[in-house]
Design a protein around this ligand. Structure first.
Ligand code: ATP
Ligand code: MG
Length: 203
């Protein structure tokens, strides 16, 4: 009774990369919807180490972002969290994430899930040509952003509509800093974790 397999006999492994500072319901609904539409066996959330695009602002400690991701996903048997990007050290490049996940999961096909905003940036990522040989990319709708596969390799990308949640981590951090609630924007356990660790208070 091993892991479920697709018709090809290979596991279908979703990959949701993000800074997750903090993780919110926009991330979770995107992963859940893609898992259902693409019959994924599992979605692994991969919190970044040091995100190279975000070096202009202080990103919360990797351990806090990792633990919030665990708290948010722990009740879903299809969701897991990987420390590979955090433990590699240095800036995170998605090409390294996918190379490492391929090596760790030789029996799986990888499906990298990304919001419309991130998809539009993908050709600026390191080794972008190689990315599409490592995983199938799934771009998902995100309020305020246009979802398009223009310029991306034919057959390398699928576009998927997911329930629209106009939530961003940036807005969650700003709300906490102002003393506004983030209940129902992030999972309850994440609200409590932010409070317990005094995250985002000083921004
Ligand atoms: P920040 O505001 O700090 O950039 P964020 O809300 O964009 O945070 P990230 O960790 O940067 O969250 O995003 C991780 C991935 O999740 C990206 O591919 C992003 O496009 C996607 N994503 C984030 N929020 C949503 C949302 N509300 N709907 C759909 N996709 C989302
Ligand atoms: Mg973002």
């Amino acid at each position: 009774d091993g892991p479920a397999e697709g018709p090809s006999g290979r596991r279908r492994l979703g990959v949701m990369g993000g800074t997750f500072d903090p993780i919110h319901h926009g991330h979770l609904v995107a992963a859940s919807e893609v898992a259902a539409q693409f019959r994924l066996d599992e979605v692994v959330f991969v919190p970044t180490g040091q995100p190279w695009q975000k070096s202009h602002r202080a990103v919360s400690a990797a351990e806090d972002r990792y633990l919030m991701t665990v708290v948010a996903t722990v009740e879903n048997p299809q969701f897991s969290v990987s420390r590979i990007d955090i433990d590699r050290g240095g800036p995170t490049y998605t090409v390294d994430t996918l190379r490492d996940l391929r090596a760790l999961n030789p029996d799986a096909d990888l499906f990298f899930i990304t919001g419309a905003d991130a998809l539009a940036q993908i050709l600026t990522w390191r080794d972008s040509e190689e990315l599409f040989s490592l995983a199938h990319f799934i771009g998902v709708t995100r309020p305020g952003h246009t979802l398009t596969d223009a310029g991306l390799p034919k057959g390398g990308v699928s576009l998927v509509e997911v329930p629209a949640l106009a939530i961003s981590s940036t807005d969650c951090r700003a709300r906490v800093a102002k003393g506004d609630p983030v209940w129902y924007l992030v999972p309850d356990g994440v609200v409590r974790y932010i409070d317990k660790r005094h995250l985002y208070r000083g921004e």
